[in-house]
Write a protein that binds this ligand. Structure first.
Ligand code: ASN
Length: 346
């Protein structure tokens, strides 16, 4: 029988629907448009994200019970812009506990799409299991005509329950595509077809809800693992955006307000202005601030060897930020941080 969690965090479907011949998947709900509710069927912006509870999401797709036994855990119910490090740490702790259970074959996380790539990347770096972890969202609220949430959720649960999904790291499901959390990014603020990994591509897609993969399981080269089992707070790392005539004082202000690290979304392959670099250099020398040069372009590579900071390799600013947070949290010094970013660039 399925593992029973404390009543405060557990919502279970009617236990009589339990089918011993099916796998067990746990759905961790965090909010977002997939749980969004608008005032009319044609409203697809300006609605309330994170309005519906996990049980409502599960009940809307009874087909889920043909592929898996499910139980839902409500972690949060917020617009994904309001996902905090505390929520992320709680999520990864609970997921690891669940993955360690022999009764759990896979995990699904429902999440707003705006910052889905950050949470998915964080989970990818902080969980270590062959079992699938699938992060899913939607672009239309649950109340909309042709809402995409129900089919996305069904596909996500099917994927999490599928033996072929094992050993592929954290995955992202939207719009019939299977993507790797490590490489995926949101590319369009409104369109259903928004998650892409331009250079690395998708892992697979769905036909009749069945996951179809293009290749055998693989792991991105140099993907680091960070143990956060005992972590309760993550260090502050801020992202600054590069542009002509950028304001160098913003970097000073970020460090003064507690940032232990900075990620620069630089121009081109990590470019920063000369006056801006002078200030960055001072911050590195005086405060031992860890600085990663990334890029403001959608895709691309920033050389790991920079005289002032670290180059972010293929990592986007938001993913470089999480990597730097986790490296600092692990107590890594300059040489180890350099290795992490160098390796993730290969
Ligand atoms: N499509 C979405 O889920 C957007 C929403 N604002 C969120 O990220 O929570």
């Amino acid at each position: 029988s399925p593992v029973i969690r404390p009543a405060t965090s557990l919502l279970v479907r009617d236990p009589t629907s339990y089918n011993a011949s099916l796998p067990n998947v746990t759905i961790f709900a965090t909010g977002g448009t997939i749980a969004g509710s608008a005032s009319s069927k044609d409203q697809t912006t300006g609605y309330q994200a994170g309005a519906l509870g996990v049980q409502v999401l599960i009940d809307a797709v009874p087909e889920i019970l043909n592929v898996s036994n499910v139980k839902g855990v409500q972690i949060a119910n917020v617009d994904s812009g309001n996902i905090t490090p505390a929520i992320l740490l709680n999520l990864t702790h609970q997921i690891q506990e669940e993955l360690a259970s022999p009764y759990c074959q896979g995990v699904v996380v429902t999440h707003g799409t705006d910052t889905l790539e950050e949470s998915a990347f964080f989970l990818d770096l902080t969980t270590r299991s062959e079992k699938p972890v699938v992060v899913v969202g939607a672009m239309r609220p649950a109340t909309a005509i042709s809402a995409d949430g129900p089919i996305n959720l069904l596909e996500a649960v099917t994927l999490a329950a599928s033996p072929g999904a094992r050993g592929r790291g954290t995955m992202v499901v939207l719009n019939d595509r299977i993507a790797s959390a490590y490489f995926t990014t949101k590319t369009n603020a409104n369109s259903l077809d928004t998650f892409k990994a331009y250079e690395q591509g998708f892992l697979g897609f769905f036909i009749n809800i069945e996951p179809i993969f293009y290749s055998t399981p693989s792991t991105p080269l140099g993907k680091p693992y960070f143990d956060v089992a005992n972590t309760t707070v993550l260090p502050q790392v801020d992202v600054l955006y590069g542009y002509q005539g950028l304001n160098p004082a913003l970097a000073t202000a970020a460090v003064a307000s507690g940032a232990k690290g900075l990620v620069l979304a630089g121009m081109g392959a990590g470019g920063w202005t000369d006056p801006g670099r002078d200030v960055i250099q001072q911050l590195v020398e005086q405060n031992e601030t860890a600085v990663v040069f990334s890029r403001r372009t959608m895709d691309g590579y920033v050389e790991p060897n920079d005289s002032v900071g670290y180059g972010g390799g293929f990592l986007s600013p938001q993913k470089a930020r999480i990597t730097l947070q986790l490296s600092l949290n692990a107590g890594y010094g300059p040489a180890q941080i350099k290795t992490v970013f160098e390796s993730s660039s290969k």
